[in-house]
Design a protein around this ligand. Structure first.
Ligand SMILES: Cc1ncc(COP(=O)(O)O)c(C=O)c1O
Length: 388
């Protein structure tokens, strides 16, 4: 997990600057959309590549009251780092660290009978009550309990509650197509969620929170907010989908800026093949810039020939293949010195591309662009302290 690094005094090969002030402002902008619902900061996968611990702290400082992770190990690491309050994790496999999760006061998710058996067993051994959230599959078809199996899961959860082994703190689900406005699955999932939560409550469960909204639902579907929203990508200032709008349309600001220092600038003749496979050939005499990041750093190989980079005031394009540690851009005769800043993506207001531009260039989603930035790229956390 990336810890806050000092602001570098010397240029580094590459770095991802993480603007925690922007993250706090994004959390506040998201909370302003809520009427009564609380906000869970989703910080799984090292906070989508932004650094889990500093981002979790910043989100709590801005009023988030829950933290969410996929794996129990991620949640345990947050607790070990001293993060207070409610932390939920939802991606379990048999034999998972239930006992550690109970001891660390995590909220754990249960999608089926095997998980309920494991968590009640661990609670009995610990002599403590586990906080359990039951997950319903309302139509995503991924994790979660199918509607037909829900009565059995609810009945067994009620028994475990009566035995003092668990407390069902939440009922929850996840959308398949909240980023596609008007998709018919949205209302179908909402209807099923209402039915499944109503059934569980009629049977006697008294959850603190019911939740289904991710970022796109939080931004565009207020009827989905219930008691809690789980926001990931929007908190990092990235739009869930270009179809919904830009980050600025929602009052959000991108948190990550990815920069590298040009390692070499050189003049080459026309007809020169560039990088593995020679998929780019210089059309005439030109200058090349060597950008010292590659697919080992999370730069998609699919950016070969397409990825945009701001260098010396102009957008340049990856020339030829992205290699493991480096790629080349055609500088078109310009000769910025080695060491010049190459900005792959950032908020966009200094003319640099955004993560959305990279997603479009690579045929993927901006979630993947920020999350995949590798561990070899130091995260530099800026604006960690609130000013004023
Ligand atoms: C279960 C769950 N909830 C919430 C989120 C956050 O989604 P988003 O980043 O769209 O806000 C995710 C992320 O994929 C998730 O898996």
């Amino acid at each position: 997990m990336n810890e806050t690094a000092a602001v570098p005094t010397a240029p580094l090969r590459a770095r991802a600057e993480i603007d925690l002030g922007a993250l706090r402002a994004n959390v506040r902008a998201l909370r302003a959309r809520l009427t009564g619902a609380a906000l869970m900061a989703v910080v799984k996968s090292d906070a989508y590549g932004h650094g889990a611990v500093p981002c979790a702290r910043a989100a709590l400082a801005a009023g988030a009251t829950w933290l969410g992770t996929a794996t129990p190990e991620e949640a345990l690491a947050l607790r070990a780092a001293g993060l207070p309050g409610r932390i939920m994790c939802w991606l379990w496999v048999p034999g998972g660290p239930w006992r550690e999760a109970i001891d660390a006061d995590l909220d754990v998710s249960v999608s089926g009978m095997w998980a309920l058996r494991e968590v009640t067993g661990a609670a009995r051994a610990a002599g403590r009550t586990a906080r359990v959230q039951l997950k319903a599959d309302t139509g995503l078809g991924r994790n979660g309990c199918q509607p037909g199996d829900w009565p059995e899961l609810v009945a067994e959860a009620l028994k475990a509650e009566a035995d003092g082994l668990i407390k069902v703190t939440g009922l929850w689900s996840h959308f398949a197509c909240a980023d596609e406005p008007g998709h018919p699955s949205i209302t179908a999932q909402l209807d099923r969620f209402r039915e499944m939560t109503a059934y569980a409550e009629e049977q006697g469960l008294r959850p603190e929170v019911r939740h289904i909204a991710n970022s796109p639902a939080t931004l565009t579907l207020p009827e989905t907010h219930f008691d809690l929203v789980r926001t990931g990508i929007a908190m990092y200032g990235v739009s869930p989908s270009p179809e919904l709008g830009t980050p600025a349309d929602f009052g959000l600001r991108p948190v990550m800026t990815l920069r590298a220092s040009l390692a070499l600038v050189k003049r080459v003749p026309g007809g020169h093949g560039i990088s593995y496979g020679h998929h780019y050939t210089t059309p005439g005499e030109t200058t090349l810039g060597l950008v010292p990041v590659g697919y080992a750093d999370g730069i998609p190989r699919h950016a070969s020939g397409t990825g945009p980079v701001l260098i010396d005031g102009k957008w340049r394009t990856v020339a030829g293949r992205v290699a493991m540690d480096q790629f080349v851009v055609d500088l078109g005769g310009d000769e910025p010195p080695a060491g010049t800043d190459a900005v792959l993506f950032g908020p966009g207001d200094a003319g640099e591309p955004t993560a959305e531009d990279w997603a479009q260039a690579c045929g993927t989603i901006a979630y993947e662009i920020v999350t995949r930035i590798g561990a070899r790229v130091p995260r530099v956390h800026l604006n960690g302290e609130e000013k004023g």
